[in-house]
Design a protein around this ligand. Sequence first.
Ligand code: MF3
Ligand code: CO
Ligand code: CO
Length: 341
Amino acid sequence: MKTRASSHSSASSTLAASPPEAARSAPSSRSAPPAGLKSNDPCWCGSGRKYKRCHRATEGRVLPGRVSPMRDVPDHIVPTDYYRTGVPLRRDEPMVKSPDVIARMRVASRVAAEVLALSGAAVAPGVTTEELDLIAHHAYLERGAYPSTLNYHGYPKAICTSVNEVICHGIPDDRPLEDGDIVNIDVTAYLDGVHGDCNATFYVGNVDAASRALVDTTRECRDLGIAAVRPGRPISDIGRAIETHAQARGYGVVRMFVGHGIGEQFHIAPSVPHYYTPDAATIMEPGMTFTIEPMITMGTWREKMWDNGWTAVTTDGQRTAQFEHTLVVTDEGADVLTLEP
Ligand code: MF3
Ligand code: CO
Ligand code: CO
């Protein structure tokens, strides 16, 4: 979830950005940048514009593709309160859940883990993120679940697919995955009145060693965050554990998006930052349910948003990975709910 509100009004389809007109029409024998080209040098394409104002913005970057229309769900699936309106109804919900809610979350979370594994197994070069969404959409329905992201504040798809420098909330589109990409798939299932939320980052074909190290460290960060869960301790212990590990490897920790309480509603208190802040002072108690979902970056942790109002990317274009689980605090530590049987 996001740490601050913003307009989600234009999560509709976006066409690929192209270089400025001058860049496309200018004569040049080159089709790639020479090594060592600086931001303020003239662009290699001969446009006469600065490199940073011309081709640098799109080179090696993931570009928005075409987003197909929102799918609907059959009548026998019990939808969320926002399915028709796009606006979740806010209700009071305790951070500590009843045994009944936890039991139902266990089932919804297992479904989410299954859908994640199924869609992850389909990741391969040439497969579009739209195809992954279709697989996931039907996998939810087969299990009687509603895809929680569908029309959540207008979000148009059943999963998020975040490729390379996309931090989170990538919208499945017609871009085929390329050999060497990394892609995060984020799955949230709504079943029997509760949500379960998890994600993982997958390799597309042969991935370079630096990206594999990023992905491994990100999974470790998530698991160290889970290991820091302990009743009587503040939530800030989680971010401290994650940030310490990421920084030891020279990576950044995204600050704009945080873990969240979850239950009958998708995103509720407490907020779970993945970096240390004394503001995360809520004391963990048995029965609390929340997610831990660190986004770890090779370069800067700063993000910017695509024009679709959803997709967050690193400002430097370097890669980022994420892993997420939903858990319940126990007397001893954490019980992870989003595991496959
Ligand atoms: N599943 C994401 C999370 O981990 C939230 C996705 S909300 C969406 O919190 F609307 F962007 F899909
Ligand atoms: Co989440
Ligand atoms: Co998620």
